[in-house]
Design a protein around this ligand. Sequence first.
Ligand code: NDP
Length: 326
Amino acid sequence: MFRALLVEKDEDGQTRAGVTELDEDRLPEGDVTVAVEYSTLNYKDGLCIGPGGGLVRTYPHVPGIDFAGTVESSGDARYAPGDKVVLTGWRVGENRWGGYAQKARVPADMLVPLPEGLSTKQAMAVGTAGFTAMLAVMALEDHGIKDGPVLVTGASGGVGSVATAILAKLGHEVAGVTGRPGSADYLTSLGASRIVAREDIAETVKRPLESETWGGCVDAVGGAMLARVLGQMQYGASVAAVGLAGGAALPATVVPFLLRGVNLLGIDSVLQPHDARLRAWGRIARDLPMDKLEAMVQPATLADLPRLGADILKGQVKGRVVVDVN
Ligand code: NDP
């Protein structure tokens, strides 16, 4: 038996999440069984703990889009009992059972070995949000980060916090956009040197081009804010589009692309190939200051998740939640 956060759907279509004991034979198919140590909380987890957001098809469901732990048994030569592993993406926790449990079973292809220098707890402090932040920074680097401040939107969220710390460690001036005035000290402690109030940048585009301000941008917000940011980018600079915390529509013009050569780079963490995952985790171990990561973390248990899942959907979670599933 093992403990898990199980989401059940009743006849009226209402979902209910609670901690329960499950039999191991209920685990899904897969060649590697992992004793999960830590999971975390991402925006998508908020959806999957709650009404599903169209991500979960089959109930009862165990959410948790990422986890880190120790291999318990393996039918794949790449992994042996005792190996430490990490999983992010592949729609685990959405269309198959995920990390909010003491055990998980997945195909070996979905796993990566725990990056050297990181504990399972640190790997989940990074989690999908931090892994995605690193992918975004790498994409910006590939296209060239210009001099001048790099903008991070949704800065006090999970993706934003990690992006802020990485960019600052790499020597970039970082400007963090936040809707929470109380987050200024937090963002400064992560390395942001400038705080931009959400309302100053959230308005709909009035002029397609504004003054050339940002040398790059990691955007976790999307919507009207992303549209506005495009018109504020320096000539040839890039925006890594990561999220939609502020909306999926993009009420923009193409003028910044045509007259300023601005690049809009799409970032997907879910289907990244294995080699790209290893590269990104290697960069995380090297370029994310662990003391800054520590400062982002709030600990949680499986029982805390229904409350925290609702909070993250309201944009009320700061930094990274690390869930000790045991
Ligand atoms: P969080 O909720 O932790 O962070 C989002 C932040 O965005 C909030 O903390 C808040 O920051 C800001 N925000 C929230 N609502 C609004 C709003 N209405 N308008 C403007 N800003 C808002 O989520 P994550 O960091 O985990 O994820 C961020 C986004 O990235 C999500 O949309 C998520 O789905 C997406 N994502 C995408 C991935 C991919 O593979 N492309 C992988 C991981 C995440 P503040 O309070 O500082 O303003």
